[in-house]
Design a protein around this ligand. Structure first.
Ligand SMILES: *Cc1c(COP(=O)(O)O)cnc(C)c1O
Length: 390
């Protein structure tokens, strides 16, 4: 009997070590990693600079309470401000916690403006985490079922539909913020139109709402820019980060600009572990390696190659509904549940994921090279063709 709670339907597969985009299981079998721990391992596995940065920091200081100055946390806040054009960060330990901070920030912002029951607009198929507030913001009945009562204070609208929000704006006076994934990950790799994002930003400006983007999955180089919002030319008030930020050590961030950056005062929010020296050293080194190795360009270029290869390899194949992608965040939507493809890919030595039952999702490490992209295509295209022909 396992002494682990039964929270995951796990593959019968355990990994022992990794190198770049490769992983080896406990039997010594090699796999090409086209998932990167769900957009976490941007630098791939065992990147020597990351290993050195973590080892050296572990030998100096692992933890230090936030009741003291933490210079590495200051440095990471500076670096994120420089890269994003935003102002201030709060560091925590996960994506859900980053979104909790954003939700609390938006509510406090509302109360500071005399709004008694502040509400946040959220999207259909959104994924914001599994804590009670973020689960309530999440647009998945499957994830929410059994955990009622959910939290109030969220208004759900269709994704990528500015008319729907404009309509809600007419009827609701207590809205204080909008929370949007520029690219929905768990929701099936759905990409918000750039014009929609700009219109939403303009609506937020007009109404005095905070424009908040959840970049926990699509941030940190994944879409070919440091942050996905940078494709739009408009600056959010709040952005949340986590997955790729620490290359596997647990770190999340709630980043804010302008008035939003000064909403929290001492005593409003906090964390024991968040922003400690070890994780901040890992995040700083992650961002440094990404710049030195030109990983944004790599994500944009090889993401396009992967997308083009899928388009040509699957052109005209009955059952392929849509192929979507931005950088190295790619989804192939089929007309039927396709979870079985995950095991079939494992049998071929390829790691992929299926989300929303029908969407094959690829999130390879940002260090992936052209040959590895071509290998993903050479394995995945026939797998999907065979699956659909059956
Ligand atoms: C994964 C994810 C989260 C939750 O992050 P955790 O670290 O699992 O809590 C939140 N938002 C988005 C967009 C995600 O992809």
């Amino acid at each position: 009997m396992s002494h682990l709670m039964n929270t995951y339907g796990r593959q019968a597969l355990a990994f022992e070590r990794g190198q770049g985009a490769w992983l080896w299981d406990t039997q010594g079998r090699r796999y090409l990693d086209a998932l990167a721990g769900i957009a976490v391992n941007g630098l791939g596995h065992a990147h020597p600079r990351l290993v050195r940065a973590i080892s050296e920091q572990a030998g100096r200081l692992i933890h230090c309470s936030n009741i003291y100055q933490v210079p590495l946390q200051e440095a990471l806040g500076d670096r994120l401000a420089e890269l994003s054009g935003m102002d201030k960060s709060f560091f925590c330990n996960s994506g859900a916690e980053a979104n909790e901070a954003a939700i609390k920030l938006a509510r406090l912002y509302g109360h500071q403006r005399g709004v008694e029951n502040p509400a946040i607009v959220v999207m259909e198929r959104a994924w914001h985490g599994r804590t009670l507030a973020t689960l309530s913001a999440t647009g998945s009945r499957k994830a929410q079922a059994g955990f009622e009562p959910l939290m109030s204070g969220f208004i759900r609208v269709p994704y990528n539909d500015i008319g729907a929000i404009a309509q809600v704006a007419e009827n609701k006076s207590d809205i204080v913020a909008v929370l949007l994934e520029p690219v929905q990950g768990e929701g099936g790799v759905r990409i918000a139109d750039l014009d929609y994002q700009r219109a939403l930003h303009a609506l937020c400006r007009e109404r005095g709402w905070l424009y908040m983007v959840d970049e926990v999955q699509c941030g940190i180089g994944r879409t070919g820019t440091w942050f996905s919002f940078q494709h739009t030319g408009v600056l959010p008030d709040v952005m949340t980060l986590a997955k790729g930020l620490g290359s596997g050590v647990p770190i999340g961030a709630c980043v804010a600009a302008g008035v939003a950056a000064d909403v929290f005062k001492p005593g409003n929010h906090g964390t024991t572990f968040g922003g400690g020296p070890l994780v901040c050293a890992a995040a700083l080194e992650t961002l440094a390696v990404m710049a030195d190795e030109h990983l944004l360009d790599n994500a944009a270029r090889l993401g396009q190659r992967l997308l083009d290869g899928l388009h040509s390899g699957l052109a005209g194949v009955a059952g392929v509904q849509e192929i979507r992608g931005q950088g190295l965040m790619i989804g192939v939507e089929l007309d039927r549940p396709c979870g079985a493809l995950v095991g079939q890919a494992i049998a071929e030595g390829l790691l992929i994921n299926v989300t929303q039952d029908t969407v094959v999702r690829l999130l390879p490490p940002l260090i992936i090279d052209q040959d590895q992209v071509d290998q993903i295509l050479a394995q995945l295209v026939p797998l999907i063709r065979t699956f659909l022909a059956a």
